[in-house]
Design a protein around this ligand. Sequence first.
Ligand code: AMP
Length: 282
Amino acid sequence: MRKITDPKELQELCLEWRRQGMSIGLVPTMGFFHAGHLSLMDHVHPLCDRMVVTLFVNPTQFGPSEDLNSYPHDLENDARLAEKHGADILFAPEADAMYNPDHATWVQVPELARGLCGRTRPDHFQGVCTVVTKLFMLTQPTLAAFGQKDWQQLAIIRRMVQDLNIPVEIHGRPIVREADGLAMSSRNAYLTEEERACAPGIHAALKAAEKLVLEGECNAETVKNFIRTRITESVPMGRADYIELVTPDGIKPVESISGPVLAAVAVYMGKARLIDNQYIEV
Ligand code: AMP
């Protein structure tokens, strides 16, 4: 595995691979790998001739009071894991190599970015779309994998790829969870022992809501209140940022459930903000 920090070097190598007729799989990450990241690599590796894993804590997707400077990192261990899981390149650039001081171009999908995480993180998805577009241009991937843990991000990237005719196949992959149901996240490292102990209550509330809907409840407000009550009871040190039911592709609020729906939550807990979701196939 080659470690690259220079965008130009990455682009030249990937362009050369594509000229030789090879397929390239891309796994974009912010590092501090857990089994969720590794599942994306394990999915992509057998499908492509070359796999590029990127590790970049992208400053433009963080708000001013967010955790950009304290985001967990362990480059050495990440490099070892990426290599073990088949990466040909680990691209880990510095922020100033990715953004010139006069950077002025932004990619946005406002319609899908307004709700859920976009409400409290207004510039987040513009940062994500811009950096993912740059990574696409640098690596020329035939396939790129993203986790359903960040469902809204995945929906936005799918729309962006469709709208801009970007020649890449997007693969959305299932949420990898701890044995007790907590969705794996690099940010789980922020949790205290006490917070960690009750955090699985978030997933449990979403699974209970799924059952409620599958048993026939179709009033979204009732389902949201049900999730809120469950989270308040089982995750007492949490504070809900949002609890929403939206259309899975358009991320539009649902009032009456008559088809597939996504139940999505964000919960502040101590230093962490945890997100999770449940796709409900009605
Ligand atoms: P991050 O490093 O948090 O930006 O995540 C990099 C990629 O891994 C994104 O596509 C995430 O959706 C995905 N990912 C993060 N956590 C999980 C998880 N628990 N299960 C599956 N994919 C995940």
